[in-house]
Design a protein around this ligand. Structure first.
Ligand code: ZN
Ligand code: FE
Ligand code: FE
Length: 165
């Protein structure tokens, strides 16, 4: 990417970064589904995988609208977060502990995305792109809802089960 000159360039730069993040997550979530034991947790991940595919699709639409190529960047932060999750799984913890740990790793991912999309909504509004702002806000709301659902699952059943195991 060439020299970033204005808010619009920065907007495009962050769009490409989160595009890479979503693509990585689409690949990683099936592994998290496979490695979680709690039925509700599996379901929550399955639902979020479908949402994540939508998130990527929305970014594709925005890229098309803006006439920019979304590929070519790697989100190193997401790469690192996924790597930590994979390394945790490799440690082969007890199943209940594994579920609790996978939730923690997934929530770090969601928080990263919430931060990214929050910025993107602000940038979209800043450059006067209402349509993109609307799409990005929709994704932001879904990331927040996914995060809240995971918090609820962790507090209600998964952490207490890990504690008593
Ligand atoms: Zn997403
Ligand atoms: Fe990133
Ligand atoms: Fe997400």
């Amino acid at each position: 990417m060439g020299k970033l000159k204005n808010l619009e360039d920065l907007f495009h730069h962050h769009l490409k970064d989160v595009y890479s993040a979503e693509k990585q997550l689409i690949k990683a979530l099936p592994k998290m589904i496979k490695n979680s034991s709690n039925k509700d947790l599996k379901k929550a991940f399955e639902e979020h995988l479908e949402e994540t595919k939508e998130h990527k699709k929305r970014l594709d639409e925005i890229g098309k609208e803006l006439g920019i190529e979304m590929t070519g960047e790697t989100c190193e932060a997401m790469k690192g977060l996924i790597k930590e999750a994979e390394e945790f799984i490799k440690e082969n913890p007890d199943l209940d502990v594994k579920d609790a740990g996978i939730i923690a790793d997934a929530q770090r991912v969601e928080h990263y995305e919430i931060s990214a999309y929050g910025t993107l909504v602000t940038y979209a509004k800043g450059v006067g792109n209402k349509d993109a702002a609307k799409k990005l806000q929709k994704t932001l709301d879904e990331e927040s809802a996914a995060d809240k659902k995971l918090t609820k699952l962790a507090k209600k059943s998964i952490n207490p089960t890990a504690k008593s195991a």
